[in-house]
Design a binder for this molecule. Structure first.
Ligand code: ATR
Length: 276
């Protein structure tokens, strides 16, 4: 019998997940449909009851449900618990388990760029929202040497740093201090929406002090090269946009649902075609 998967969010109409996962199911020969479900916050509990009642095999979860969905699940994976958000749900005969593959997707995309072990690296995270938390907690759980968190609202950077501290040496700092100390970091991640279309001229921090040894990554993939990444590349730094993270979090979700290796290249191609 054909299985059903899907993504829940509000809004959901521009989600790239359906084309990505449908391409993956077709490629590996699994008979499945993947649907984008528009679920309002007031309907979240009903939607999760529906997953059980209808036998939906698995879900992705996106804005604004990643945190609130946790209360309706039977089990939560330890990394998702640490992050405090779930982006993937597996339905195992009516038992719902929540995972978070966002941070691991980011890390998998980063690996080919690394020329030193994570345990020797100092990373700067710009932003302190949900995406920052997924990346920070994952890097910290995987043993990064030092984490620095800078955010417009400084109290939020302090809170995230405090949450990461039991896992690795973490400090918060102001955005202006972060840009002055840019030479000290091996990796910089922009997790904010600064530079996203249509505000493409904005920079999360100045790159004046950037050295070529620092890897610069942006979670944004629209535009495919933000001004931040373009300036970093022109200064000789290695760069990566957020498309890999998106595809790889999807690949990891696919593997949790199916137990089969995800066809990452097929998934990336489907997303790129959809983006045009
Ligand atoms: P996400 O889930 O994508 O991380 P979020 O939780 O709303 O979204 O977090 C957005 C992040 O982008 C925050 O760190 C936010 O900074 P504040 O905590 O100060 O709000 C940051 N951000 C958004 N717009 C920004 C802007 N114009 N300048 C600087 N930071 C911005």
């Amino acid at each position: 019998m054909k299985q059903l998967f899907g993504v829940i969010g509000d809004p959901i109409e521009h989600s790239l997940s359906p084309v990505m996962h449908e391409a993956a199911f077709e490629h590996v020969g699994i008979a499945a449909d993947y649907h984008a479900f528009h679920v309002l916050p007031k309907d979240l509990q009903g939607a999760l009851e529906g997953v059980k009642a209808l036998g939906i095999s698995g879900l992705n979860v996106t804005i604004p449900h990643k945190v609130n969905v946790m209360r309706y699940l039977d089990h939560i994976d330890p990394l998702a618990e640490r992050i405090g958000a779930v982006n993937t749900i597996v339905n195992d005969d009516g038992i719902l388990t929540g995972y978070n593959t966002d941070g691991m997707g980011y890390l998998e995309g980063l690996r080919p760029l690394l020329d030193m072990p994570l345990t020797d690296m100092r990373a700067l995270i710009i932003g302190a929202g949900g995406a920052a938390r997924a990346v920070a907690m994952t890097l910290a759980s995987k043993g990064i040497k030092e984490l620095y968190i800078a955010n417009r609202t400084e109290t939020k950077a302090g809170e995230l740093a405090k949450a990461c501290k039991p896992l690795t040496a973490t400090r918060s700092l102001t955005l202006s201090l972060a840009q002055a100390r840019l030479m000290e970091f091996d990796l910089v991640v922009n997790t904010t929406s600064v530079g996203m279309a249509p505000n493409v001229d904005n920079l999360p921090i100045s790159l004046e002090m950037l050295g070529r040894h620092t890897i610069i990554t942006d979670l944004i993939y629209n535009p495919d090269e933000t001004r931040f990444l373009k300036m970093a590349r022109q200064k000789g730094a290695k760069t990566q946009n957020g498309l890999n993270m998106f595809v790889l979090q999807g690949g990891l979700a696919f593997e949790k649902w199916t137990g089969k290796s995800a066809p990452r290249d097929v998934m990336r191609k489907a997303v790129l075609e959809q983006l045009g």
